[in-house]
Design a protein around this ligand. Structure first.
Ligand code: EPU
Length: 417
């Protein structure tokens, strides 16, 4: 099995260009099948989650042409058959085919999605939304058949502003009869990106980016060209790397506004940054102050940066804390970080960790436990003295576009072995 090998301690200089957002493109691709003509999506990152979605499209007989970060999808000849368990389980975002196929054919037949084991991750809110639109759900052993005679708009209140449920309900509702109102909707930038895509095809969605989204059903969705927004989690990961090792490191093609919470926390710790319109230039500083971090839904501190932030906190002087409010099991990386010398304790309820710094991290052979946990180890290995290896790197490659090449270009000693 391939591993990532990293010789730590090298300063990083130059420019890292941020790719298209994983959590946007993984919804845009399933959303594309709602279109009655051909759609083109650009700024598509080269990550394995996109490969897995492509396999589902091919399985459904959609035509897909993918090259140089551009994907063309035509679903005219799509066949609405069961998405097998192995295809469904490959990734979390396979669940967007529930909303998209239900919206297009009034029926979907697939299995519970996969994804990183960072918590229970139920889909009850997605299903509740589909039911309120008129669908009937039959579930047996993680196999779902969701079907409706006709989808009809309704008022849907989400008990929690779930990203996946908000997008899935939008997908099912765009062609439903009448008006759907989602209250307590998620407000992440990815939601806005998906709504813009659907509106570019002729959908009528208002309020994306706020807690109330209104969707008025339409009959036909036409061809369009759409660009994936920059990946705020990838950008945030490189910002944290820059805070630890940057010498005028420029993180380019990002939207600083999407990372206000991270930028505020790094500033509080004493990080030096020059914030431009679509870039940030960042420099390592010698001594950082300890800080308290708490994950929240957008625009709060993103859970997807919590684990990488934990690595940063090992380099802050004093006692820092990280509280995870979104997932029940997102501290698995800490056990591995400890192999590199991190001093951290996790509270019994697994919701809060205390990190003592500053620690001189040393090299170790570690295992990625999940996507962002893997990234946190990679960042630790870049900082640590000596040569480390990271196993289970499929997790990292699922969500970070050409990470080895991008880091090599700015001076890191990193390779896949
Ligand atoms: N939840 C429920 N019921 C539901 C849906 C969610 O209880 O029906 C709970 C979840 O268990 C979790 C919380 O609500 O505790 C948040 O879940 P949400 O639905 O918002 O997350 P998601 O759609 O499953 C997406 C991203 C995640 C990211 C979250 C939060 C994709 C494919 N995944 O997941 O990305 O952490 O939103 O921003 O878009 C990652 O990139 O590493 C990643 C895990």
């Amino acid at each position: 099995m391939p591993k990532i090998k990293i010789e730590g301690g090298h300063k990083l200089t130059g420019t890292v260009t941020v790719s298209g957002a994983k959590n946007s493109v993984v919804a845009l691709i399933p959303a594309a099948i709602l279109c009655d003509e051909t759609v083109t999506i650009s700024n598509v990152p080269n990550i394995t989650d996109v490969d897995d979605l492509e396999n589902i499209l091919v399985h459904l007989n959609a035509k897909i042409n993918r090259e140089d970060g551009k994907v063309e999808i035509n679903s005219s000849d799509i066949v609405n058959k069961e998405i097998t368990e192995s295809l469904s389980k490959k990734l979390r975002a396979s669940y967007y085919f529930m909303g998209a196929l239900l919206g297009k054919f009034n029926k979907v037949d697939m299995y519970f999605p996969g994804g990183c084991a960072i918590g229970a991750r139920p889909i009850n809110l997605h299903l509740k939304g589909f039911e309120l639109l008129g669908a009937k759900i039959t579930e047996e052993d993680n196999h779902f058949i969701i079907e409706a005679d006709k989808l009809k708009g309704n008022n849907i209140y989400l008990d929690f502003p779930s990203v996946g449920a908000t997008i899935n309900i939008m997908l099912a509702a765009v062609k439903a009869k009448g008006k759907t109102i989602i209250d307590n909707a998620a407000q992440e930038p990815e939601i806005v990106n998906i709504a813009t895509f659907l509106n570019n095809m002729g959908a009528k969605i208002k309020g994306a980016g706020t807690s109330t989204i209104t969707i008025t059903g339409v009959k036909y969705l036409h061809s369009c060209f759409h660009e994936v927004i920059p990946d705020r989690i990838e950008a945030g990961t490189y910002l944290i790397i820059g805070a630890l090792l940057g010498h005028n490191l420029k993180i380019d093609n990002m939207i600083p506004n999407h990372l206000e919470a991270l930028i505020a926390k790094l500033t509080e710790a004493g990080v030096g940054m020059e914030i431009g319109l679509d870039n940030v230039i960042i420099n390592e500083v010698k001594d950082y102050k300890s800080i308290e971090v708490k994950t929240l839904v957008y625009p709060g501190f993103p859970t997807d940066l919590q684990q990488v932030m934990t690595t940063f906190l090992t380099q802050c002087k004093g006692k820092s804390t990280v509280e995870e409010t979104i997932y029940e099991n997102r501290f698995q990386n800490i056990k591995e970080l400890k192999k590199m010398g991190a001093k951290a304790n996790i509270r019994k309820d697994n919701r809060k960790a205390t990190i003592k710094g500053k620690t001189e991290l040393h090299s170790a052979d570690v295992i990625a436990t999940d996507l962002r946990g893997g990234a946190s180890l990679l960042v630790a290995a870049l900082v640590a003295e000596g040569t480390s290896t990271i196993d289970n790197i499929a997790y990292i490659l699922r969500g970070y576009d050409r990470i080895v090449e991008k880091l090599t270009q700015v001076g890191a000693k990193i390779e896949i072995i």
